[in-house]
Design a protein around this ligand. Structure first.
Ligand code: FMN
Length: 192
């Protein structure tokens, strides 16, 4: 019988590395271009390219973290120092964060759901691509992805929303496997 497990190790071992365990080096410019090239190959009904990328790297990561902590206190004046520090460090670990932004056309004949799903595929393609290049990666959202003030700083327009922050870097720990859903219990055959 064909041993798919060892034949396709990337698909078999695909998993996330927590952002806090990602460090430098991150992808260089050539690797970044390659990641984007893979990412834009996703299925896209109507060829709308209903997504774009906003790269967060360098000192911008710390500056964004400072702003997040201030914003977090505005949202919750009783926020603990520990949670504010978490916000300060949100983007400080991985050297590269690719923000995947959906830019949908709600009135288009291709349903908006399909445009969003294409963007979700972009996020997953980035995770796979990062691992293929030997990096660790994690897809995160958290409150900043949905906060109107944060999305304003990031320059999002009408009909744009953040689908994910894809944190990419060198894994500093070996992440243990987590239990995966039982595929057989999720599968059925249509019988008509
Ligand atoms: C849309 C989306 C948003 C996510 N946001 C978060 C998040 O904000 N915080 C978090 O801890 N995990 C989040 N996750 C989960 C992680 O990306 C990841 O699935 C988890 O670390 C398990 O790793 P795995 O890829 O090996 O299953 C999110 C996943 C998805 C699909």
């Amino acid at each position: 019988m064909t041993d798919f497990t060892s034949q396709f190790p990337l698909l078999t071992t695909r998993r996330s590395v927590p952002a806090r365990s990602l460090s430098s080096p991150g992808p260089d410019e050539a690797q970044l271009r390659q990641l984007l090239t893979w990412a834009v190959r996703v299925p896209d009904h109507g060829r709308l390219a209903p997504w774009r990328f906003l790269c967060i790297r360098g000192e911008t990561r710390q500056r964004l973290g400072e702003r997040l902590a201030i914003r977090a206190r505005e949202r919750d004046p009783g926020a603990s120092e520990a949670s504010l520090e978490k916000d300060r460090c949100r983007f400080a670990h991985a050297p590269l964060i690719l923000t995947v932004i959906a830019r949908t056309q709600p009135e288009h004949k291709v349903p908006e759901q399909e445009q969003l799903l294409s963007g979700g595929s972009v996020c997953f393609a980035l995770l796979l691509g990062a691992q293929a290049l030997g990096f660790g990666a994690q897809w995160l959202t958290g409150w900043p992805a949905y906060d109107p003030e944060v999305t304003r700083w990031l320059g999002l327009g009408e009909h744009e929303r953040i689908l994910g922050f894809i944190h990419i870097g060198t894994a500093t720990e070996v992440v243990s496997e987590r239990e995966r859903p039982d595929r057989d219990s999720l599968f059925s055959d249509l019988s008509l």
